[in-house]
Write a protein of this length. Structure first.
Length: 367
């Protein structure tokens, strides 16, 4: 079995496509570790209040930290000046937003001063006319943490679900399947496929872990992760996430167990097909259906995928549990015990299907 597994792994990872994939993953991790710098907002420049602004300088500086009366340690700044009217000199950046803010702040100071000498009726009118109102933006971003989790799971399914099936198609096309099964037996052949699939996942995971540690070291040398941690703490995507080590590992096990079950199911279906043309047609339909299902989740913004009694029931069903249960664990709508129950159900279904298939494994593949 070791020789067969070694041969499969060598063919799978020592090729240009696998190397290119690892390079892409390495670059993608580098982007994630510098997400705060890539998505950082435009730099805001302070507004310098020169000597002509002495009458309003204190009030403006009390209203916002953007105002300053000193240019020490400032390389670039806007300048506010009064000469028969207010003059704002913009150095660079978004001048419209800065000018609107300065204009509104100056109007507020002028209104407050006028109210001090106004009678009661005028004050009441101005208070109502100039009353501030609160704008609450209720906009659910289409890219939330649930969508991220769904994207990762669908990527794994698209990439690894046909792994064993494609090996069988290759062996059938090269007319080596019957010879290999005759030499090693159907049971060893079957479990070597499963072990190869798991070892492939482990090797890919190890490659990602190494890339992760490399970028972690690089970013730590830059600023001790301060910028990235600050960005994650202030980002709405991570506001409701409650992660613990046991939940992360349990979610990973549920996804891997679900992948194994899908691989076995795909191997059974592929084995029932007569030739590589039928297999290719089936896989095309399978991929199209997966893409359609994925975009249904994205377009409908399924942030409530883990909420509801029916969805909770689906989180215990094999295959579907690998999508719903990790999200429930991530959002703290499921306990670790519930996650373990889902994992046991998936593993039990996998063992039952595998043992049932083994009895007809040789006959189905060699027909």
């Amino acid at each position: 079995m070791k020789t067969i597994i070694s041969f499969y792994l060598h063919r799978r990872f020592l090729n240009k496509t696998a190397i290119l994939l690892n390079v892409v993953i390495f670059v993608a991790l580098g982007v994630l570790f510098h997400l705060d710098k890539i998505l950082s907002e435009k730099k805001t420049y302070p507004v310098y209040l020169d000597a002509s602004c002495s009458s309003v300088a204190d009030k403006l500086m009390d209203m916002d930290r953007i105002y300053t009366d000193s240019t020490e340690e400032l390389d670039e700044y806007h300048t506010l000046h009064y000469e028969e009217g207010w003059i704002l000199q913009i150095c660079q950046g978004d001048g419209r937003s800065v000018s609107e803010k300065v204009e509104n702040d100056l109007r507020k100071i002028r209104k407050d001063r006028y109210l001090l000498g106004a009678d009661l009726k005028t004050r009441e009118f101005l208070d109502q006319y100039c009353a501030e109102f609160t704008v609450k933006l209720h906009d659910q971003s289409p890219f939330d943490i649930n969508t991220l989790m769904v994207s990762v799971i669908f990527y794994l399914v698209l990439t690894y679900s046909n792994m064993i099936a494609n090996e069988l198609v290759y062996e059938k096309a090269s007319h080596t399947l019957g010879m290999i099964i005759s030499l090693v037996g159907e049971r060893i052949h079957f479990f070597s496929k499963i072990r190869t699939a798991y070892l492939s996942l482990m090797i890919q995971g190890l490659s990602i872990a190494v890339s992760f540690l490399v970028w972690l070291f690089i970013r730590f040398q830059e600023d001790h992760l301060r910028g990235l941690l600050k960005y994650l703490e202030s980002n709405e995507m991570t506001a409701d996430i409650s992660l613990s080590g046991e939940k992360v590992w349990l979610s990973l096990l549920i996804v891997v167990a679900g992948l194994l079950l899908i691989q076995i199911i795909m191997m059974i279906i592929t084995g029932l097909l007569k030739n590589s043309e039928e297999v290719a047609t089936f896989q095309n339909i399978y991929y199209i259906l997966l893409v359609i299902i994925y975009y249904v989740f994205i377009l409908k913004n399924q942030t409530d995928i883990s909420i509801g009694s029916f969805r909770s029931l689906l989180s215990y069903m094999p295959v579907r549990s690998m999508l719903i249960m990790p999200i429930r664990l991530l959002n703290s709508t499921a306990t670790v015990i519930e996650g373990m129950i889902s994992l046991v159900i998936t593993l039990t279904a996998t063992v039952v299907i595998a043992e049932a298939y083994l009895s007809s494994y040789r006959r189905v593949l060699l027909k």
